[in-house]
Design a binder for this molecule. Structure first.
Ligand code: GRF
Length: 190
């Protein structure tokens, strides 16, 4: 069977892009990263993509009249690359109807909290503010809601201190394990 083809959407650093690309390269994930998409031209994720030889689509949302317009452009590029699965990894935009309809059940996201707790921006900061002792990460399907789609997998991170610079790397390390493992798990359902 041909390998499934993944597109990773990211707006910034791209450490989750790298975790998935590495897992594909060393066979832990039986798929190929066929495309990197970013809405922030020049974001660090584009350098990581270059290192892995992954083609990049960079676009500026403000160059388009609407979300439907830029998602239609993206859909063409995704189809050219025969993408089976879209992984959002720090993509700071809500996915619109064009992509949701075309890729129904085939768009997933990683969020740095144990959903449904701490949805939206700065989930780690929200959880620290609340004073939780068990943090975590969630991979979920993407639907019309913000961080509300069906949960696929979660992992907990226990931390009782109050130093963000200590906690954040622990959460990211957990993401880098959970996201590739989850992609591998759902490939057979595509
Ligand atoms: C991660 O914490 C992810 O959970 C959230 O955005 C961050 C992206 O980090 N959705 P990176 O760009 O993959 O390093």
């Amino acid at each position: 069977m041909d390998k499934k083809r993944i597109a990773i959407f990211a707006s910034g650093n791209g450490s989750n892009f790298e975790a998935i690309a590495k897992a594909c390269a060393d066979g832990r994930v039986d798929a190929e990263v066929a495309l990197c998409v970013t809405d922030r031209p020049g974001a660090y994720v584009t350098e990581r993509a270059a290192r892995f030889g992954v083609p990049v689509v960079e676009f500026r949302p403000r160059d388009y009249a609407s979300k439907a317009d830029f998602e239609t452009m993206l859909l063409t590029r995704l189809r050219e690359k025969e993408v089976d699965l879209i992984c959002l990894a720090g993509y700071m935009r809500i996915i619109g109807d064009v992509l949701l309809e075309a890729y129904e059940g085939r768009i997933i996201n990683i969020h740095p909290s144990l959903l449904p707790a701490f949805q939206g921006a700065d989930a780690i900061g929200q959880a620290m503010e609340y004073g939780v002792k068990i943090y975590g990460v969630t991979v979920h399907y993407v639907d019309h809601t913000l961080d509300g789609g069906k949960i696929i997998s979660q992992a907990a991170v226990q931390y009782e201190g109050n130093l963000r610079e200590e906690l954040e790397p622990m959460i990211h390390a957990q993401e880098h394990v959970l996201y590739p493992a989850t992609v591998q798990k759902i490939l057979k359902e595509l």
